[in-house]
Ligand binder design. Structure first.
Ligand SMILES: [Zn+2]
Length: 463
């Protein structure tokens, strides 16, 4: 196994460049990722964030780091209240239902649970405390409407993450400006309650926390005032993460995050996914059509910082690429005991050490597939190479179906089938079509195996 003495590079969105990663405490990494607002089923855009950070989590652990991964659950929000009202149920019923659905979907994608999944409503006291500190530090005020707002202009570093032109943003906001705020960019920390909404007692009257404050509070309460890595979708960079910095650094007077990681958007036909455009897919809908390993492969085929194009064709392409890998594994004769060493394995890990470059890592795997396919099936060298391919896949959460599971084999007769498929390929090479057809019939009748001829050779599958 690789170890943590060799450094890895991480692209820090704050610096806009790659830097060698250095954890605050030797051997330990604190990782905070903004999670879901639980008012509906998770969509395929959420799947990208879930799968990518699941991989980051297991990859860092494979480098022998002691990783603590926290992903919050937003269980108080306007959208939740709206849904509860529309369905005539309590907010609690809405959030319970969709938290259970989210757990099911994440597990169906082969993603491990984070170490902690704090719910915002369990940390309201801590939020009230942080808002109090912000008022004390002169960074927050009670507005004319009675809400507590953050005074953005008082925090000198505001805008350092997103690097937005604040005056242009102010001009844009002014049209719809809330007159009770001192500055159009000020955001709400504590919202006064409307009747029939969930609310908590506070020094500023009954109300509920704004969204941004929950992440600052849960990150510092569970991981400390400075954390190693903060992740989330790129759409959260502004204003959510900018506001998290203003809150955490404004209250704690120390640096909030060592490295910021943002996952690019998932686009559908180059457009933003949205319900109103009708191009919206839940994780469940996609899983009904594609295997979860195919979805993982698809997500890893684009670098995490770039936008990814979700199309059926791209998913099908991922499916074929994954199948080629399983075919090579079967050819190798290795279906267990992964080997985490060797030049190829190190090349694979080096790609991932370079800012989690999964497309490059998949290219190393494709090279390994080519090498396996020119070895005699089931030979010692093929088995060794297969064991390395298996190890690479395990880091990405692939190949857990196993060769037999993937090809729907109930017995170990795949070597015989492979032999027949090879004989048929030879017959085709010699243009002995009658023999090729005869073998095809035998495969179908005796083994329920269908053969497909592709540019890379024949692929077979049992039904
Ligand atoms: Zn957050």
């Amino acid at each position: 196994m690789s170890d943590m003495n060799k450094e890895f590079m991480i692209y820090d969105s704050m610096l806009r460049k790659k830097k060698p990663f250095k954890s605050l405490q030797p051997g330990k990494i604190s990782l905070y990722v903004c999670g879901m607002t639980v008012y509906d089923y998770c969509h395929i855009g959420h799947a990208r964030v879930i799968i990518f950070f699941d991989f980051v989590y297991s990859f860092l652990k494979s480098l022998n780091y002691d990783v603590k991964y926290v992903r919050n659950i937003t269980d108080i929000d306007d959208k939740i209240i709206k849904k509860a009202v529309a369905e005539g149920v309590s907010c609690d019923e809405v959030t319970k239902k969709f938290i259970a659905a989210m757990h099911k979907d994440a597990a169906s994608l082969g993603a491990d649970s984070p170490d902690l999944e704090p719910k915002a409503t369990s940390y309201v006291d801590n939020m009230i405390e942080m808002i109090g500190s912000l008022i004390q530090n002169g960074l927050a005020y009670v507005s004319d409407s009675g809400d507590v707002c953050y005074a953005v202009a008082k925090f000198a570093d505001y805008g350092k993450l997103a690097r937005r032109d604040l005056s242009a943003l102010r001009a844009g906001e002014r049209v719809a400006a809330d007159k009770s705020k001192n500055d159009p960019l000020d955001f709400v920390l504590w919202k006064l309650a409307k009747p029939d909404e969930p609310s908590w007692e506070s020094p500023w009257g009954r109300g509920r926390p704004g969204w941004h404050i929950e992440c600052s509070v849960m990150a510092s309460t569970l991981l400390g005032r400075t954390i190693d890595i903060h992740g989330g979708g790129v759409d959260l960079q502004f204003p959510h993460h900018e506001n998290e910095i203003a809150q955490s650094e404004g209250a704690n007077k120390q640096k909030f995050v060592g490295s910021w990681m943002h996952v690019g958007a998932l686009q559908i036909n180059s457009e933003k996914m949205s319900k109103s455009l009708g191009n919206f897919f839940t994780i469940r809908e996609v899983l009904a059509e594609f295997d979860y390993e195919t979805i993982r492969y698809f997500m890893f085929s684009t670098h995490y910082r770039h936008p990814i194009q979700y199309t059926k064709e791209n998913l099908q392409q991922a499916e074929r690429s994954l199948e080629r890998m399983y075919v090579a594994l079967r050819h190798s004769g290795c279906d267990m005991a992964p080997v985490f060493t060797g030049l190829e394995y190190n090349n694979f890990i080096d790609a991932l050490r370079d800012d989690f470059n999964t497309p490059k890592a998949l290219a190393v795997m494709a090279e390994q597939v080519k090498k396996i396919n020119i070895e005699p099936a089931g030979s010692g060298s093929a088995i060794r190479m297969g064991a390395v391919l298996l190890a690479m896949g395990s880091i990405l959460g692939l190949f857990s179906a196993g060769v037999d599971g993937y090809f729907n084999l109930d017995s170990a007769d795949s070597v015989e089938i492979d032999g027949l498929v090879k004989d048929r390929e030879l017959a085709r090479d010699e243009k002995d079509w009658a023999k090729a057809d005869e073998i095809r019939d035998k495969l179908l009748k005796e083994y329920s195996v269908e053969v497909e001829d592709t540019a890379d050779g024949s692929i077979w599958r049992r039904f």
